[in-house]
Ligand binder design. Structure first.
Ligand code: SF4
Ligand code: SF4
Length: 371
C-alpha cells in the first residue's frame, strides 16, 4: 500500500471527483471502486456515494468521491460541487450544461468519446486546468469490457497519485470472484484507458465557444462556482435538464447507438411504434403500395433513448443499429410537432389565452357582454 500525495487545493483540503453518467455505463460501481481504492491501496481516507433515479438504462447517474489524507476525517457528505476531476462518461451528456457545474481553474475534465472522431458534441468551459478525451466506448467494445473500467484507467492517469497496478488490484478484488471470465477483458480495458487517454490538442478555449462565441454561462473559473441556482435558473423555475418534459430531449441518454431508418424496406407494419416506449415513430396518413394507410414517416430522435427495441422487432430490417457519431445528420428525423420542445415554443397569449379563463369572463362582464 502506498501513501499517495494528494494534489488538493487550498479550500476544502479534499481531492474531489464527480462522475457524470447515465444508467447502464457502470458509474455507480466505478465510484465504489474509486472509494475502496483510496482506502485499500492509496493510504487515504475516502468517501463515495452515487445519486440516481430509477436506475433504468439511460437515466442520469452522478457519482461523488472524496479523498483526503489519513490523518483527516471526511466530514462532508454532500454532492461534489467544484470537482478537481470531472468525468463525463459519454460526450452526449455535454448537451446538458449543468453537467459542467462548478468547473474552475483546478478542474480537470475527462470526456468519454464513442469512436466517432474527436468532435465534441457539447461545449467545454473556459478557465479549466485541462481537458482530456478517451475513446471509451470503442475500447470497451474491443476489449469486451465496459466503459466504467476504461474511465477508471483514464482517471488513474490523470489523477497521477494512483498506480495502474493499484487500479488493477481493486478491479480484481471487485470483479474477480463475481465475474472471473470477464476479468481479463476488464483489465485490458483499464490498461487501454490508462494508455490511450490524451489531452485535447490546442488550448481548451478553442473548444469552448458556443454558437455565439460565448463561454458556457456560469462555468467560468472563480466567477460563479456554483453554476445553476435560483439566480441562474430560467424564469419560472423550469427544469432545464435533459429528459424534462419541457426540453423533451432524451438524446443525451443514448449510449452511442441509434436506430437508423431505411425507408425503402419499411412495410409500415407498425410494430416499431407499438414497441417503442417513447413515441418516437411518426405515423401519418399516406399511401403504401397504392393503398391509403398510416405510413411511417420518420423518427423523432429527440425522444429516442437508444434502447434499440425497435431494431429487434422490425421484421424486414428497415431499422438497423448505427453508431450515432456516424450519423450526425439523421435522415428521416421528424420532430413531433404536437409536443413542446423548447421554452421558445410557448406563445405569449396573455391572461385571456383560454376562452374559459376567469380573466376572460371578467373582462366580458366588465364590457357588458353576456357570459
Ligand atoms: S417495424 Fe419496421 S417495417 Fe414495421 S413500420 Fe416499423 S420500420 Fe416499418
Ligand atoms: S431505440 Fe427504438 S424503441 Fe428505443 S426509444 Fe429509440 S426509437 Fe424507441
Amino acid at each position: 500500500m502506498g501513501k499517495a500525495k494528494l494534489p488538493v487545493n487550498g479550500g476544502s483540503g479534499y481531492y474531489e471527483i464527480r462522475l457524470e453518467s447515465i444508467g447502464g455505463l457502470g458509474a455507480n460501481l466505478c465510484g465504489k471502486m474509486l472509494g475502496e481504492l483510496g482506502v485499500k491501496y492509496l493510504g487515504l481516507n475516502s468517501s463515495s456515494f452515487s445519486s440516481y433515479g430509477s436506475e433504468k438504462t439511460g437515466t442520469p447517474v452522478k457519482g461523488f468521491i472524496r479523498y483526503c489524507d489519513k490523518d483527516r476525517e471526511i466530514r462532508v457528505h454532500s454532492p461534489v460541487i467544484s470537482p478537481n476531476l470531472l468525468v463525463v462518461f459519454h460526450q452526449a451528456l455535454l448537451k446538458d450544461e449543468s453537467v459542467l457545474e462548478g468547473c474552475g481553474e483546478n478542474t480537470e475534465i475527462i470526456i468519454g468519446l464513442d469512436g466517432g472522431g474527436d468532435n465534441i458534441m457539447g461545449r467545454i468551459p473556459t478557465g479549466i486546468k485541462a481537458c482530456y478525451v478517451v475513446n471509451a466506448q470503442q475500447i470497451a467494445m474491443e476489449t469486451h469490457s465496459r466503459i466504467n473500467v476504461v474511465m477508471l484507467g483514464a482517471m488513474a492517469k490523470v489523477m497521477g497519485f494512483a498506480e495502474l497496478e493499484d487500479v488493477n488490484q481493486i478491479c480484481e478484488d471487485t470483479l474477480g470472484k463475481k465475474y472471473p471470465d470477464a476479468l481479463q477483458g476488464n483489465l485490458e480495458g483499464i490498461r487501454r484507458g490508462y494508455e490511450e487517454i490524451r489531452e485535447l490538442a490546442g488550448s481548451v478555449s478553442e473548444y469552448s465557444p458556443g454558437p455565439e462565441g460565448k463561454a458556457c454561462k456560469g462555468h467560468k473559473s472563480g466567477e460563479d462556482a456554483s453554476g445553476w441556482g435560483y439566480g441562474t435558473a430560467p424564469i419560472g423555475g423550469i427544469n432545464p435538464n435533459f429528459g424534462s418534459s419541457v426540453v423533451s430531449d432524451l438524446s443525451p441518454s443514448r449510449q452511442g447507438y441509434i436506430p437508423v431508418f431505411i425507408k425503402e424496406r419499411c412495410i409500415n407494419c407498425g410494430l416499431c411504434d407499438s414497441t417503442c416506449p417513447d413515441m418516437v415513430f411518426q405515423f401519418a396518413p399516406g399511401k403504401y403500395k397504392d393503398r391509403e394507410m398510416m405510413v411511417n414517416k420518420g423518427l423523432d430522435y429527440y425522444h429516442c433513448k437508444g434502447c434499440l427495441r425497435c431494431v429487434e422487432v422490425c421484421p424486414v430490417n428497415a431499422l438497423v443499429r448505427g453508431l450515432e457519431a456516424e450519423h450526425p445528420h439523421k435522415e428521416y428525423f421528424l420532430p413531433n410537432q404536437d409536443l413542446v420542445r423548447t421554452p421558445d415554443y410557448y406563445v405569449e397569449t396573455g391572461a385571456d389565452g383560454y376562452i374559459t379563463s376567469e380573466s376572460f369572463l371578467t373582462e366580458k362582464r366588465m364590457g357588458g357582454g353576456e357570459v
